[in-house]
Design a protein. Structure first.
Length: 220
């Protein structure tokens, strides 16, 4: 891990511990900096304020997903699901820290509002990506798929955050596979064998843009 990333992780952990033990409003930036072993100026250089500490992981994840989605993918629907799995894996890696963050957010109104905005940013990122990766896609298909992936992800993640047991990544993967089937874009769609004649069968629910993409991939 890069030194700057390690520093941010240490500050976040120290801040969450203080928020959890003495309250968000009762904790000052000076207390966080002291607990993390950094200067006040370093804190403000790394974060804009106390709220930003709570959502620091999300900011890093959103940027990482932008890079990932920008790399280009043969299966855009699958890329969105893979991005969702990446976010879940991040928080599942340290469930105790994730649960502490969740408790704090639930107790502080201003943080709950920030969380709603953050969730929408993931959804918007997925929606924008699908529209760009699938020219001609119906906007309702793009926004609907993005919204459902985000909602399913949050539902499974809350199982982890509200409980005390591990929730395997496979739980999310199974749910996302169902999302793909519902939208007619299953990952296991079989490719046609090369021939002079191509016979293609697609689910009625498959978006027209995805039908076009798959036909083009077989004919090229």
């Amino acid at each position: 891990m890069h030194e700057s990333a390690e520093l941010r992780t240490g500050v976040v952990a120290a801040a969450l511990e203080l928020f959890d033990t003495q309250g968000f409003d009762q904790t000052s930036v000076e207390q966080i900096a002291k607990a993390a072993g950094v200067s006040r100026s370093t804190f403000f250089r790394q974060f804009g304020g106390k709220e930003d500490v709570v959502f620091a992981d999300h900011e890093a994840l959103l940027e990482r997903l932008r890079v990932f989605l920008g790399e280009g993918h043969d299966d855009p629907w699958g890329a969105v699901c893979a991005a969702s799995e990446s976010v879940f894996s991040h928080f599942a890696h340290d469930p105790d820290l994730a649960r502490r963050r969740y408790r704090i957010v639930r107790e502080v109104p201003v943080l709950r509002e920030r969380e709603i905005i953050t969730v929408f940013r993931y959804e918007r990122l997925f929606d924008d990506y699908l529209r760009g990766a699938l020219p001609g896609v119906d906007p309702l298909d793009a926004v609907g798929f993005a919204a459902l992936v985000t909602a399913v992800h949050n539902h499974v993640l809350r199982q982890l955050l509200r409980g005390t047991k591990k929730v395997p990544l496979a739980t999310l993967q199974e749910a996302l596979a169902d999302v793909r089937r519902r939208y007619g874009v299953p990952a296991d769609a079989s490719a046609s064998a090369p021939d002079d004649v191509v016979v293609a069968v697609f689910p009625r629910s498959m978006p027209v843009a995805e039908v076009t993409r798959r036909l083009r991939s077989q004919l090229d």
